[in-house]
Ligand binder design. Structure first.
Ligand code: HEM
Length: 291
């Protein structure tokens, strides 16, 4: 458990581990090797978020996709810690319960799905199912691959997550009205995913990164570190596939909606166009006759 209450993040530069310039540190190596992939998903998600913030249905689909990933990581992690194998101590010492996302994500999903747990409990989209199966297999075959998830998925929350939290909180079209609650109260109910129950989030991040480095520095062979870096690339790529899959799904949903409108309201649209054409013709006749 991280003792963060009343703490301050004012650490001297030399106390921050790993130093940003330490290119031997596993976390820095992952960041360097995945920079291009990160920039790609950053652009993708920033674009999609602009749409999702106007449509709670799109937002909750995105959140659901992350829910399955975090819930699977945390389930596998618990299994490996309880297994008392050669990786249990390392994983247990890096892991901080305050960073867990399963419950936080569930609280938000219950809010957006009106307390219908069965609507989000199981992954239904194929890329999400592949992702979940891959995590379970990696964790069973090589438990140290969970270290890729512990860096990539959880540190994302402190950087991009913070940026996203601020745009989400300002998005007025996203939150359903609930029993006359004030906007700030509603925002709180729907943004648990981005909050940590600690006095100082930055300290939590620094302690997490420090323990990750101290335990992985000599706890893994070079070959295992290379495998963790490869798994990190997979995580970025698979997140990208999940985002694209949702985009395709919504395009189909929207086109079905428009074909439905055309099929059911087509008569009225045709009549309106006809009236406009007649008005245009009459206007032309009048202009021609008098001018
Ligand atoms: C699934 C999507 C994403 C993943 C997995 C991800 C992952 C990461 C990781 C692992 C880091 C390094 C953190 C560290 O070492 O402390 C990071 C940094 C960062 N991310 Fe993301 N990220 C994602 C999406 C985004 C998005 C959408 C944005 C922008 C809104 C963003 C903005 C940033 C920023 C500003 C940093 C800090 C860069 C730095 O300190 O040099 N990320 N992200």
């Amino acid at each position: 458990m991280v003792q963060t209450s009343g703490a301050t993040t004012k650490l001297a530069q030399h106390e921050v581990v790993p130093a940003p310039t330490d290119m031997g540190a596993l976390a820095n190596r992952i960041n360097k090797e995945t920079r291009t992939l990160h920039n790609k998903i950053d652009k993708m998600m920033t674009l999609k978020l602009a749409l999702a913030l106007r449509d709670p249905k799109i937002y909750r689909q995105g959140l659901q996709s992350f829910y399955h990933v975090f819930a699977t990581i945390e389930r596998c992690l618990k299994e490996q810690i309880n297994a008392n194998n050669e990786w249990s101590d390392m994983l247990n010492e890096i892991w901080k319960p305050e960073i867990a996302r399963t419950e936080k994500c569930e609280q938000d999903l219950m809010f957006y799905y009106d307390d219908n747990r069965e609507k989000f409990e199981k992954p239904m989209m194929s890329e999400q199912i592949d992702f979940v199966n891959h995590i379970v297999k990696s964790s069973n075959d090589k438990p140290y691959l969970l270290l890729a998830y512990l860096h990539v998925m959880y540190l994302a929350l402190f950087a991009g997550g913070r940026i996203m939290r601020s745009s989400i909180s300002r998005a007025t079209g996203l939150f359903p009205q609930k029993n006359g609650l004030k906007h700030e109260e509603i925002v709180k109910l729907g943004t648990n995913f981005f909050t940590f129950d600690v006095a100082d989030e930055n300290l939590l991040r620094l302690v997490y990164k420090r323990d990750y480095e101290l335990l992985t520095r000599s706890g893994l062979t070079e070959e295992q570190k290379l495998e963790v870096i490869e798994e990190s690339k997979y995580i970025f790529e698979q997140n990208g596939k999940c985002v694209s899959e949702l985009e395709r799904h919504n395009l189909v949903r929207l086109s079905r909606k428009w074909s439905y409108i055309a099929a059911t309201k087509g008569y009225y649209v045709l009549m309106a166009l006809l009236v406009l054409a007649v008005l245009y013709y009459v206007r032309r006749l009048v202009v021609h006759a008098f001018f």
